[in-house]
Write a protein that binds this ligand. Structure first.
Ligand code: IMP
Ligand code: MG
Length: 180
């Protein structure tokens, strides 16, 4: 059976902080003249650390809510079927909504969630992903703010897991198979 470990560092803590600060500035600028309610919707579990950082990097009044959808099992392969495991507990109608995701891979999860939320009549619906793997895209999904584009590698840390492990690693590393 294969064993896995954390391989090389892809993004350091410092680089992550710089990227989050840039996203925060861009989002702040975009909503400067809006006095509508802003809400960040984080997709659990992967986005929880990015959400905490991003929410503090945005200089605008906002609220947060979370939603959990299932896409992967405990492996590394996405399925096209996305199920809501835990829904928002607030209404997004008439609000400026930004959906926040850790990483967009095939695009299945993000596109389904965006479609679902659009039906709830937000005033605006935008999207922000910390990472994107453009070469893996199966569904063309619009991402308004992207932290970093990366190659087709499975990454862990900064909220992202492999079999629910490694979410608490402070940097983003590449998952590596070790010889048993
Ligand atoms: P998608 O539906 O294929 O775009 O998959 C998106 C979801 O898969 C993300 O929300 C992540 O939780 C997970 N995911 C995709 N790529 C990775 C990765 O490299 N590391 C950890 N999780 C990933
Ligand atoms: Mg996720």
């Amino acid at each position: 059976m294969s064993e896995y470990t954390i391989g090389r560092v892809l993004l350091t803590e410092e680089k992550i902080a710089e990227t989050v600060a840039r996203l925060g500035r861009e989002i702040t600028a975009e909503y400067r003249d809006s006095d509508r309610e802003m809400i960040l919707v984080g997709l659990l579990k992967g986005s929880f650390i990015f959400m905490a950082d991003l929410a503090r990097a945005v200089d605008h009044p906002l609220s947060v809510d979370f939603m959990m959808v299932s896409s992967y099992g405990d492996g590394t392969v996405s399925s096209a079927d996305v199920k809501v495991v835990m829904d928002l507990d607030t209404s997004i109608e008439g609000k400026d909504v930004i959906v926040v995701e850790d990483i967009v891979d095939t695009g299945n999860t993000f596109s389904k969630v965006l479609k679902m939320l659009k039906n709830r009549k937000p005033h605006t619906l935008r999207s922000c992903a910390f990472l994107s793997k453009p070469s893996r895209r199966v569904i063309d999904v619009r991402i308004d703010w992207i932290g970093e584009e990366i190659d087709d590698e499975f990454v862990i840390g900064y909220g992202m897991d492999f079999g629910q492990k490694y979410r608490n690693i402070k940097y983003i590393g590449v998952l590596e198979e070790t010889d048993p």
